[in-house]
Design a protein around this ligand. Structure first.
Ligand SMILES: Nc1ncnc2c1ncn2[C@@H]1O[C@H](COP(=O)(O)OP(=O)(O)OP(=O)(O)O)[C@@H](O)[C@H]1O
Ligand SMILES: [Mg+2]
Length: 308
């Protein structure tokens, strides 16, 4: 971790944003690769989080300013609370700090504490998919969706940490694979195979891993999607129609969940389900495949009756 006391001394204890001054508490909320997040308070009485990031060769200022612009722009157009609210930014020559909406917990904390109920899991998954859809509609890809970057504010899941996010010039834009590996356990298989990759399927893969963690208990499955990983190889076999055994990590899933997981965690990005497809899937809508078949059957029967 690049942060050390010297780094902290170079960051601001008090920040000023739009006439409000923000002061940090000693309560450390989290640590990232090149920074720290503390809770704080504003002179207007608000409680906030302050994310300090230290500028260095591996964490260049340009990238931090890009994160700032993306988070600020998304917050501006976010009328539904899909992303953690960006309040403002302040800087010193050595650091850039963001003032953010304070989230009491992350999804990682909740999974670790095993306190996610099936109802929470459904709600969080809905918020995650709607949040990713919102980002993509604004022409951004996140590239680092994982429980540590999904925060829970008033019971609602919101997307945070836009440190790896990218603007899409068009929906088919390709990026160099190295630019898109946020966290290797959440990185889609094409990132290990191809030099250039599209952004949107990467976020869908990550959301698939999060669904896996939400529906199976916790943080057990974090296979790396390259061919040398045994757990991943088993998954590919299963997803291609191989037989499921108790040894497979997903033996605990309901059939509707396994069916959606197979489509979200499809090895081929071109075959991976789209966000629109996920939103129509019985696992997302809560309608089971059987009920759906019955309903369709009844409609067909009713239509036949009507004709006679
Ligand atoms: N707004 C917030 N409210 C509460 N906690 C937060 C907030 N933002 C971040 N955190 C906590 O701090 C951790 C690190 O934050 P974040 O992921 O934004 O930093 P990062 O430096 O970009 O991380 P990494 O380098 O690991 O991706 C989060 O996982 C979370 O636990
Ligand atoms: Mg992070």
């Amino acid at each position: 971790m690049a942060w050390c006391n010297t780094g902290m001394d170079l960051a601001l204890d008090q920040l000023s944003v739009d006439g409000v001054s923000y002061t940090r508490n000693d309560n450390l909320l989290g640590k990232g690769g090149f920074g720290v997040v503390f809770s704080g308070y504003g002179s207007d009485g608000s409680n906030v989080a302050i994310k300090y990031q230290f500028i260095c060769e591996r964490n260049p200022k340009d990238r931090l300013l890009e994160e700032y612009r993306i988070h600020r722009d998304l917050t501006k157009s976010d009328t539904h609370g899909h992303v953690v609210r960006f309040i403002g930014m302040d800087e010193t020559p050595k650091s850039i700090s963001f003032v953010l909406e304070l989230a009491p917990q992350s999804l990682f904390d909740k999974l670790k504490a095993r306190s996610v109920t099936p109802e929470d899991a459904q709600n969080y998954f809905h918020s995650l998919i709607n949040g990713i859809q919102f980002m993509h509609s604004k022409m951004y890809v996140h590239c680092d969706v994982k429980p540590e970057n999904l925060l829970i504010c008033d019971g609602t899941l919101k997307i945070a940490d836009f440190g790896k996010a990218k603007k899409m010039g068009n929906k088919n834009q390709k990026y160099k694979n190295g630019e898109c590996i946020g966290t290797k356990e959440y990185a889609a298989p094409e990132l290990w195979k191809e030099q250039n990759v599209q952004g949107q399927p990467l976020d869908i893969w990550c959301a698939g891993i999060v669904l896996l963690q939400l529906t199976q208990s916790p943080l057990e499955f974090r296979a790396v999607a390259d061919n040398s990983d045994k757990k991943y190889a088993r998954w590919v076999e299963l997803a291609k129609g191989g037989k499921q055994t108790r040894a497979d990590f997903c033996y605990k899933f309901k059939p509707a969940t396994t069916a959606l997981l197979k489509r979200m965690l499809s090895e081929e990005p071109g075959h991976r389900i789209s966000i629109e497809g996920i939103k129509q899937d019985p696992c997302f809508t809560g309608e089971t495949a059987v009920r759906k078949r019955k309903a369709t059957g009844n409609t067909v029967k009713a239509a036949k009756k009507g004709k006679n």
